[in-house]
Design a protein around this ligand. Sequence first.
Ligand SMILES: NC(=O)c1ccc[n+]([C@@H]2O[C@H](COP(=O)([O-])OP(=O)(O)OC[C@H]3O[C@@H](n4cnc5c(N)ncnc54)[C@H](OP(=O)(O)O)[C@@H]3O)[C@@H](O)[C@H]2O)c1
Length: 416
Amino acid sequence: MESPSRAFDVVVWGATGFTGQLVAEYLVERYGVGGSLRWALAGRNRSKLEGVRRGLEAVAPAAASELPLLEADAGDAGSLAALAAQTKVVCTTVGPYARYGSALVAACATSGTHYCDLTGEVQWMRRMIDAHQRDAEASGARIVHTCGFDCIPSDLGTWFLQREMRARHGVPCRRVKYRVKGFSGGISGGTAASMFEMLEEVARDPSVRRVMGDPYALNPEGRRRGPDGRDLATPVWDADFDTWVGPFVMAAVDTRVVRRTNALLDFAYGEEFRYDEATLLGPGPAGWLKAAGLSGALGGALAAGTVGPLRGLLRRFVPEPGEGPSKAVREKGYFDIRLFGEHPEDRGKSLRARVTGDRDPGYGSTAKMLGESAVCLAKDALPVGGGLWTPASALGEPLLERLRANAGLTFDITSD
Ligand SMILES: NC(=O)c1ccc[n+]([C@@H]2O[C@H](COP(=O)([O-])OP(=O)(O)OC[C@H]3O[C@@H](n4cnc5c(N)ncnc54)[C@H](OP(=O)(O)O)[C@@H]3O)[C@@H](O)[C@H]2O)c1
């Protein structure tokens, strides 16, 4: 069980990586060092960690030099158990998670250490749920995957819209549409590596393809069914938004997480709840052309990614691990999401919501979302015990308030 004598509230493992450094910068700026949040940097390489700490001194000159450094390697289960034993929460950006993450989840689940990450690897999350749910329930460890742009705007945005529908009309939305109006940002080497890792697994093992193709892949066993089918792959006219829509690149992850939230909340959104994600591409022939172009490009990239030699070719066009979008790109970046929640009986009572972020989705905003998720796990009174949760099912209201207050995210109802 969780020991009250743990030295740290939060340890950021992977602090030498592109995203890990941004999380560390965020925590230094927001929470300082030696204050009410006791936290540390961790990684596999001490001299690299020292370099990151020196870099943080630019943000917090005197304080950052006090930050403790911990060493742990993904290949050394003992070092991970020792890491997990010292902290209430491990916040990890060591990815691809399917390659480097499993032993840490095991260590946290057995030692009652809360955990949050940035994985978008559905096949790996399913393996972690199957392997560690019982241990986490027994130890009290709250394990929360997908605490970045995948899938907080989707998961918490839907949770927020459902809460507002209930507050106004006493019923949940029977359907929520998540529509990406715009975003600007870039991709890191770690994210690209995680995508390739997933494609390699799909190419190697047909059972992975089946899991990834299941819209309810992350629901608890016995609850893996519902009215939703495949993710959108072709242009569709969306009358609720008066525009053509095309696929959204993260839908295959986000939709599974939102559906898992519904199941974990004992179907608070209803057993017939429907959810889908798409990109808004405008009306008229120009909108259709954009939707068709996006569908073709995403479908083509996915198909190419499962073919070994083509995958090798694609790898040449993405950043190396450790690289990612520049500070200027992150600071100029944003995201703007629109949600439509359908009232179950009276369409006139349907609600619209908007979720926005003030930095690029994948790194500037994600670092703040992950940092706040970790602090939320360490500090806030949460409504659930141990287990493998989703952001909304475990962190709901407290995280929503943190993100609004500290992390530049907005969640608003835009129509009644
Ligand atoms: N969901 C989202 O919205 C979102 C957004 C951003 C990132 N991500 C995910 O976050 C992950 C990290 O991305 P990134 O771009 O930050 O990657 P990165 O720059 O390549 O960083 C990877 C980190 O993992 C560490 N690492 C690698 N092998 C290790 C081992 N054996 N033991 C311990 N640590 C090890 C690296 O340490 P060294 O420095 O010593 O090599 C580095 O700190 C990826 O899986 C990515 O997909 C998700």
